[in-house]
Design a protein around this ligand. Structure first.
Ligand code: BGC
Length: 259
């Protein structure tokens, strides 16, 4: 650990962003750096950009990195909106190799899980006990599930089947753009999606994140759902902040009993 600072990198479809985070308050210290995501976004090309960003800041401590993927025990298991070459990659080892350091210093987690960690720790100030779901509406739909503030990783609620469709293909923010939907039309789709989700996990609160949360007043009031929905407080930097926070709480797993 480097005092109360951490370092986070958020890998998205269009940009890779990184910066130093004040872990006491969950805010960037100074500017973040953004580099366009290489095309194609292969693991090697992306890892090179990640290493470049870390070096630019001269950061030598632990770091957190997000990917828009299921990360199961460090291995990338899905690649819905990134290069398929990521599948089965041991992401922490890949980043570590490029940075010439040990993989134990790097935590890799799903982008929505990271945004959720940031939001639960530093964001929405109301009651976050019980079942809280953070949803990110962007190119896809990301999800993070918390039970009394503890993350249940890799929920992937964006891929729930809703009326025979993969939910994010109907209700992501990118679909609003692509199909030129009005706020009302899109809010209807989001409502339908949330209704399916809320019958599954009965959340106490839903926090809506992603770029479109900047315009929360245009669509959250239009939602027709049972659960209270609030807009995320942390906007673009939630992934960086959450990744940094996750790396700071890295603890080695307990050895099996009897060993
Ligand atoms: C991916 C998730 C990701 C979300 C937001 C989905 O397509 O499956 O892992 O969190 O997009 O990027």
């Amino acid at each position: 650990m480097t005092g109360n600072r951490g370092f986070g990198i958020d890998i998205g479809g269009s940009g890779i962003k990184g910066g130093v985070v004040d872990l006491d308050v969950g805010q960037l210290i100074g500017e973040r750096l953004r580099v366009p995501t290489p095309k194609p976004s292969t693991p090697d090309a992306v890892a090179e950009v990640v290493a470049g960003i870390v070096r630019e800041f001269g950061w030598t401590g632990p770091l957190g990195v997000t990917l828009p993927s299921v990360i199961h025990r460090g291995t990338v298991r899905t690649a819905a909106n990134i290069d398929k070459g990521w599948l089965d990659t041991d992401a922490a080892s890949l980043f570590a190799k490029n940075l010439d350091r040990s993989a134990e210093q790097i935590v890799v987690l799903n982008d929505a899980d990271a945004a959720g960690v940031a939001e639960v720790r530093y964001g929405w100030p109301g009651d976050q006990r019980g079942v809280v779901v953070l949803l990110t509406f962007g190119t896809g739909i990301g999800s993070a599930l918390f039970i009394d503030g503890v993350l249940v990783p890799n929920t992937e609620f964006g891929h729930l089947e809703v009326d025979g469709h993969d939910a994010e293909t109907r209700a992501a923010a990118s679909v609003k753009e692509d199909e030129e939907l009005s706020w009302e039309q899109w809010a209807k789709r989001v409502s339908r999606y949330i209704s399916v989700l809320e019958n599954l996990v009965w959340p106490d609160l839903i926090i809506a994140g992603g770029g479109v949360s900047k315009k929360a007043d245009k669509w959250i009031p239009l939602l027709d759902v049972r659960t209270r929905v609030v807009a995320a407080e942390l906007r673009n930097d939630a992934g960086i902040v959450g990744a940094a926070a996750a790396s700071a709480v890295l603890v080695p797993p307990r050895p099996p009993l009897g060993s």
